[in-house]
Write a protein that binds this ligand. Structure first.
Ligand SMILES: [Zn+2]
Length: 261
């Protein structure tokens, strides 16, 4: 993947970083620009549980659920991620994501760009034991993190590559424990016909738990979902502003005023 391809791939970002299904937008709407500092201040104030509407808006099966169900799953998936963070730390005797990855025998690489341009990705886990962290996005955000007014909001607990690594480690842990882990055993019935039925896992549960796992391991004092806006901002402040607006509305909060031009 080249720089140009990555930029192209980042355009329909409002469609979801986790590959929301549906028709692609042909014309990009324009979002009023907002200050990165103001956006991060607002987003770091949203408690982990209150991200449920945003998280599920990226879930392919979302239309089948009610808010009461989404909230319940949010709580259970966060608890699941935190529980496994504790378990894994005890099992391997460390909590630092890079050390954990080594102890687990993972192959971790840090290429600049993803190989394929078909999905927007900042990092990925590939079965059975490979994790890629794409450094272009990390470096772009790193430039903003070097500013005191930004690092003060995001705190010294934030190491972007480490946070992405911790998230991907959860997907490995989840695969290893798929027979008993909540995010995999919890299923929805897509259809049934007499004794025949088709059950499906809910992708959002895995993503929520992966974020909670990463937050717990790194001690981040806010939801790692804040990274969606922070990482996108390096490519497009406008798309990041649109994503921020959507997050705030879905969390029932009022977005800050746009930068007046
Ligand atoms: Zn994930």
């Amino acid at each position: 993947m080249t720089k140009e391809e990555l930029q192209e791939a980042l355009k329909p970002i409002a469609q979801g970083l986790f590959g929301k299904q549906g028709a692609r937008r042909y014309e990009r709407p324009h979002f009023p620009l907002r200050s990165l500092e103001e956006m991060l201040k607002d987003l770091t104030q949203i408690p982990p549980e209150e991200w449920f509407a945003y998280v599920f808006s990226r879930e392919p099966l979302n239309g089948k659920f009610k808010d009461s169900q989404r909230k319940q799953w949010m709580g259970k998936s966060i608890a699941c991620g935190r529980e496994y963070a504790g378990k894994i730390c005890r099992e391997y005797g460390c909590s630092e994501p890079e050390q954990l990855a080594k102890a687990m025998g993972m192959k971790v690489s840090y290429p600049t760009y993803p190989e394929k341009a078909d999905r927007v990705l900042f990092a990925e886990f590939r079965e059975p034991d490979t994790i890629h962290i794409y450094m272009d996005a990390v470096k772009k955000a790193g430039k903003f993190l070097a500013k005191p007014e930004i690092s003060e909001i995001l705190t010294d607990k934030l190491d972007i590559a480490n946070l992405l690594l911790a998230h991907e480690l959860f997907h490995y842990v989840e695969e290893k424990h798929k027979k008993e882990i909540f995010t995999r055993t919890e299923k929805v019935r897509l259809w049934s016909l007499g004794p025949i039925h088709n059950d499906s896992a809910v992708i959002a549960l895995s993503e929520i738990a992966a974020m909670a796992f990463a937050g717990e391991l790194t001690g981040l004092p806010y939801s790692p979902y804040v990274m969606d806006v922070f990482l996108v901002y390096g490519y497009s402040p406008e798309e990041a502003s649109g994503l921020y607006e959507e997050m705030m509305e879905l969390a029932g909060r009022k977005p800050c005023a746009p930068i007046s031009s």
